[in-house]
Design a protein around this ligand. Sequence first.
Ligand code: 5GP
Length: 193
Amino acid sequence: MKQGRIIIVSGPSGVGKGTVLKEVMKDDPSLRFSVSATTRAIRPGEIDGVHYFFIDKPRFEAMLQNNEMLEHAEYAGNYYGTPEKAVDEALSQGISVVLEIEVQGALQVMRRRPDAISIFIAPPSFEELARRLNGRGDTPPDVAAERLRIAVEECKNAPKYKYTIINDTVSEAAAKIRAILTAEACRSEYTTI
Ligand code: 5GP
């Protein structure tokens, strides 16, 4: 059976990655989200085992020791990592796995799995990203300013990804990602005649 592909997706906070990915993945059983492990606290509305596996630091460190993580990173004072076994099980069933992860972890996956498809989602402009960050309404101005500063730094990494998508509108960005996946599936090295 044809192996699935790893699809790495990164982009700054507020860029709308989640919305675009939901649009790409709806009604497509050949794509699955990887469920990461994290030491951060669970937020209202999140479900353990669905959005993340919420684990404590000793458990996370034990998983690292046992080489159970495909990649991991520290972000905003918490650990995040991708359990490798679930990824490989899906790939062997022909299912492609979407890793929505930050840049440090993404670079580790690119090194370890050179055939991964890496996509950076960027805002149309930093003015627009600032509007989106402030538009959430619940973010104090100093927190929004700090997120914008981090976003500018994160966007400097876009050239390390195979593809960069500007998220002008959700439907256009989703269409571009589908086009990338279609083209990648047609690459000669993945096609047997
Ligand atoms: P949040 O805490 O807001 O859910 O996620 C914070 C950041 O961690 C986001 O940029 C998200 O993409 C990233 N992230 C989530 N899971 C993982 C993971 O398994 N590995 C890495 N490296 N980053 C992750």
